[in-house]
Design a binder for this molecule. Sequence first.
Ligand SMILES: *Cc1c(COP(=O)(O)O)cnc(C)c1O
Length: 409
Amino acid sequence: MTIYAELEIPDTLAAGPGPGNTDPRVLQRVAATGVADHMQKDVLRGMVEAKHMLREVFGTQNTHTFGVGGSGFSGLDCVLSMILPGDEVVVFVNGTFSGLDALTIRMKASTPADLAADPLNPQPANVKIVHVPHGESVTEEVVATALQEHKPMWAFMAHWETGSGRINDIKDFNDACAEHDVMGIVDAVSSLGIDDFNIDEYPAVVAWASCPQKGVLSLPMTYAPVSFRYEAIELIKQRGCYTYVHHPILEARHWGIIDGADVDAGTYHRTHSPYAIAAFHEALRILLSYGRKQKAADYAYQEGVLRRALEAMGCEVTSNMTSLVVLNLPGRFAGMEKELVAACRAEGFGIWPTLSEPVQIRIGILNQLTEAAITDIVGRFADAMLKMGAEFDKQAIMNTLYRRVEAAA
Ligand SMILES: *Cc1c(COP(=O)(O)O)cnc(C)c1O
């Protein structure tokens, strides 16, 4: 028998697409939380308070707004569980994550025969996948054309596709869904808590899913925010769905949402950890006290600073998200992306390559919204490029990082 030494994990700079570095206040809340069970009154109160704060974060009056225990894909599994075998679905894919969402949808919309034919990668004829090239956004025209042609029951899109760093317009998506009488579902994993938007302004989107570790920044992994419109819940009441643990109606019960109404305290669905509740609650408090609008503005500003510095080093930026920069190295270093990323990661500077083709580098700024943090990220990346053989004047770039912004202001 081997009993290993205590697991030590060092601090690193999470400068990728996610997870972002957790606020120390969240970790302090976890450490300060007492031993209690999942039905203790303050734990239940924390869930009810978190539910109300989450409605602010989503910009919604939807009663069915709560956290699904787990990561982003847990929330997506919950909202996508509305899709039943044989349902007609149109899915827009423009990167790794919408591709994985499409796989989830193909699995859920499959009949037993579809699953038996290709168990891990089923291809039900009732799911139409619309591929948009990596590095491009899903355009209004692509959405309108596909919905017009297929007239599906459901349409699905990622709001911010983290794989390629591209923003897809939710107003265009909503309007096309409304025009063709389609129920929209959106993956807002990468945009919630970063962009400033109210989901109630997009009523043709009947369900939204996000995650704990990007814009909400609650690690340890806690709750994936979801929100359902009344129509969606009514449909589930009529048709049911094939899940207990992620059931949109049953899981909501523990958050004090019963029969479409708020009650003072939840009833048991599955065991919740007081530490997870405390972390999620604190993360929502931090986000709302910072202010959604201010946070969105700070992300946009700091992304601009990082982007210009990378361009000054000769990199080509192909993304338009404000929490993440996706770039190509200067031509003569093409093909060395993975090597460069590995060298950075070995030094505790956690950047990422793309997870699907083409290979690009992704540098994120989740929770890195200060001048000191961006200066640190730019400096570390510059050092890594210089080590690889790039030639530029690092000091000149560092000197102009914020001066240029001030001069323009
Ligand atoms: C990160 C991400 C996911 C997956 O979230 P997990 O927390 O890793 O489960 C899904 N969709 C998008 C758009 C993402 O950025």
